[in-house]
Design a protein around this ligand. Structure first.
Ligand code: DGJ
Length: 693
């Protein structure tokens, strides 16, 4: 039993294998937070403190931690829910009514029913507990059962309380080509906000919070949560003057107004939250395992070849077939035809929206390429950007009213494209039918769904920011029902849609257009903190890299990309014999270790030396892999020591080192560790190991 209710029925203790979360209902019907942290045994030991004002200027709502503070009364901190009733009342007054407990497959769920004291307006707070993963999903549902519409100005999923000051907050910042740049900042008095207002992208921040008390990889307390939302989200961290830190996450209230019609209800995106007293590693492990086992589609991801960097818009059947033949020979399992195959798409200037095969480029139809791909035993994938249209396209000429715009303003273009108002039923139908036809007519196994600009000029409706992304989710979900074997890659100008909202609906993330193998180490490290390795698409591309201009040896480029779901994006027709042989060998090696990489446990290892080593370990059952990178070394550098984690200390493990095998105990490898020295710049090594029988 994960949910315990105290004997007098007013305290709820929610427990997972190692953590507990508690709140109580006071005599006014307020839901008051009591505890979040390491596991405690009994709900009966918890008490609800009496509510007293510090002073008349510090009202009780400011002092007491509420589970779901609403806008109204003497509340001045951030609220989770702000509603306006038809008669002009703009405050909620809730109290607790009852609760339900439901059991599902591997989870238990508590639903608290709250209601407004005057209006037929109801709030359900959901707490879904996954004991095996030490995770809890929180969300809220609001229901309008009155005769009038209710306008929702703010709808957050949850508030969480951490009973400390001076925490560290970490997230990522960035932009196109430089996503997932981790930052850590001290929380002090005042607020920190992370958000996305662009509707389309999470290039700049990611919808999650990590708050720690000077934690390290394997030590210290960490409180975290990831919001299941790819559209406009916001998260606020607030250190109050009353000795605690609050976090709230949910739909971004910026330019957002949702109408709840009579009889309507709305469910917020869930926040997957957890607590670790053993550092960031436990956080990542719990989230990764949850993603792999409960969110993502099962099965290993294929080794992909994508022709974008090789040909860009210069696509034609002959060259793509040559690339496909070469990709097949190297060992790729999936060939993805990127942008440029449709309409009059010769550059960013035109074609988007006209999803018919360009006859000039494919005189014998797409079938010719697909047959060649399938003849290599590969799967076939194709790029689309369904939410967008170029001004120069048939679609736009026929339906100028299908885009977000204002009649009295010049419509914004970005990458020479407009955004379709996918929330219009006819536009949604067009997108669904276009993709359904494509998938029905052609033997397609993989869709790369791109979105290359932010949304703007959304018109009079202020619910678009929410409804747009929900429509994308719904269209893909529906398509998958009809075409269940097709894999979907979430791409938005690189890593613009990486989050737990899209994960599970889509299958892979395009991590970044920055394919520089060195930059990728930072991007991948930050990505790995929250998101699962299997979802991380990583390509080997040509040098000098188109963004960084860097020239990096092919082995290092492969090793960097082998840390996730491997892809190749080089112009492989220009490969030398040596490059071909090396690529074949690397792809072969990757396939051998792929289950460990994609479905194993991932460790960010400590580098105890002053040399800039990046060290990682993957472990699955009795087999493991170490990745070591040394981007630069100084003459005379003395190497590093690699101490593994997660091994059985009594068992023996054999490491396949370059100079021969060594066998050591798990205890030795985890405590003493092995000495490793790489030489030169952009040096790297992949070391396999397994438990000796
Ligand atoms: C942006 C993506 O991130 C790239 O991989 C590529 O698909 C281009 N769009 C195509 O226009």
């Amino acid at each position: 039993m994960s949910i315990a209710v105290s004997t007098n029925n007013n305290i709820f203790l929610l427990s997972t294998d190692s953590t507990s979360y508690a709140f109580g209902i006071d005599d006014r019907g307020l839901v008051r937070h009591l505890y979040w942290g390491k596991k405690i045994a009994s709900a009966d030991e918890l008490e609800i403190p009496e509510l007293t004002e510090v002073s008349t200027n510090d009202p009780v709502f400011e002092i007491t931690p509420e589970e779901y503070p609403v806008h109204g009364g003497l509340r001045y901190k951030e609220s989770c829910l702000k509603a306006a009733f038809a008669d002009g009342t703009r405050e909620l007054v809730y109290s607790f009514c009852s609760y339900d407990i439901e059991n599902g497959d591997g989870y238990e769920e508590l639903i608290l029913h709250l209601r407004d004291e005057r209006y037929e307006f109801f709030i359900d707070l959901h707490y879904k507990l996954y004991p095996d993963y030490d995770l809890m999903e929180r969300s809220a549902e609001i229901k309008n059962q009155s005769e009038e519409p209710v306008m929702i100005e703010k709808f957050y999923s949850a508030q969480l309380h951490i009973p400390y000051d001076g925490l560290n907050f970490s997230n990522v910042h960035g932009h196109w080509g430089a996503e997932q740049q981790r930052f850590v900042q001290k929380v002090s008095y005042g607020k920190i906000t992370i958000e996305n207002r662009r509707g389309i992208s999470s290039h700049n921040h990611n919808p999650y919070f990590v708050l720690d008390r000077d934690a390290a990889e394997t030590t210290g307390e960490v409180f975290f949560g990831a919001l299941r939302m790819s559209g406009n989200f916001s998260g606020v961290v607030e250190q109050t003057p009353y000795g605690e830190t609050l976090v709230q996450m949910g739909l971004n209230p910026h330019d957002c107004l949702l109408e709840l019609a009579p009889g309507q209800s709305l469910v917020s995106p869930a926040v997957i939250c957890g607590y670790s007293d053993s550092g960031f590693e436990t956080m990542s492990h719990n989230l990764h395992r949850f993603a792999l086992e409960r969110v993502m589609r099962k099965g290993l991801r294929p080794v992909l070849y994508n022709s974008w960097e090789a040909t860009e818009f210069n696509v034609n059947s002959r060259d793509q077939i040559k690339l496909a033949e070469q990709a097949g020979e190297l060992g790729a399992e999936l060939f993805v035809l990127d942008d440029g195959w449709f309409g009059e798409r010769h550059s960013t200037q035109n074609g988007l929206g006209d999803w018919y095969v360009n006859e000039g480029k494919f005189p014998n139809g797409l079938e010719e390429l697909i047959d060649a791909v399938k003849a290599q035993g590969m799967m076939f994938g194709i790029w689309v950007e369904p939410e967008m249209v170029n001004p120069k396209s048939r679609l736009y000429q026929e339906h100028p009213d299908w885009i977000y715009h204002y009649e009295t303003r010049v419509t914004d273009t970005s990458r020479v494209q407009y955004v379709l108002n996918v929330t219009k039923p006819e536009v949604r139908e067009f997108i669904y039918d276009m993709l359904d036809n494509l998938l029905t007519r052609y033997d397609i196994d993989y869709i790369k769904w791109d979105a290359n600009r932010p949304i703007s000029q959304t018109g009079p409706q202020r619910d678009i920011w929410y409804k747009h992304i929900m429509t994308v989710y719904e269209v893909v979900t529906e398509l998958k029902k009809k075409h269940p074997d097709v894999l979907f890659e979430a791409c938005a100008s690189g890593g613009g849609r990486i989050d737990y909202g899209i994960l599970g609906i889509f299958d892979d993330f395009w991590t970044s257009d920055n394919t520089d193998a060195f930059d990728r180490l930072y991007i991948q490290d930050a990505y790995s903190r929250i998101h699962p390795i299997k979802g991380m698409r990583a390509w080997v591309t040509d040098c000098p890299n188109f963004l960084s201009g860097r020239v990096i040896p092919l082995t290092f480029r492969f090793h960097s990309a082998m840390m996730g779901s491997l892809g190749i994006g080089c112009n492989i027709l220009k490969f030398t014999e040596e490059e071909k042989e090396l690529s074949k060998e690397m792809i072969r090696q990757y396939k051998e270790i792929r289950p460990i990489i994609q479905e194993g446990v991932f460790y960010r290892l400590d580098n105890p030396s002053p040399n800039p080593y990046f060290l990682y370990e993957y472990l699955k059952d009795d087999s493991g892999v170490i990745f070591a990178f040394l981007p630069q070394s100084k003459v005379g550098h003395r190497g590093t020591r690699v101490r593994l984690r997660g091994l059985d200390s009594q068992a023996l493990y054999t490491l396949r080192l370059k100079d021969g095998d060594i066998t050591k105990s798990g205890g030795y490898l985890m405590n003493r560790g092995i000495d490793l020295k790489l030489n030169g710049d952009y040096a790297s090594a992949v070391i396999k190991f397994e438990k000796s029988s």
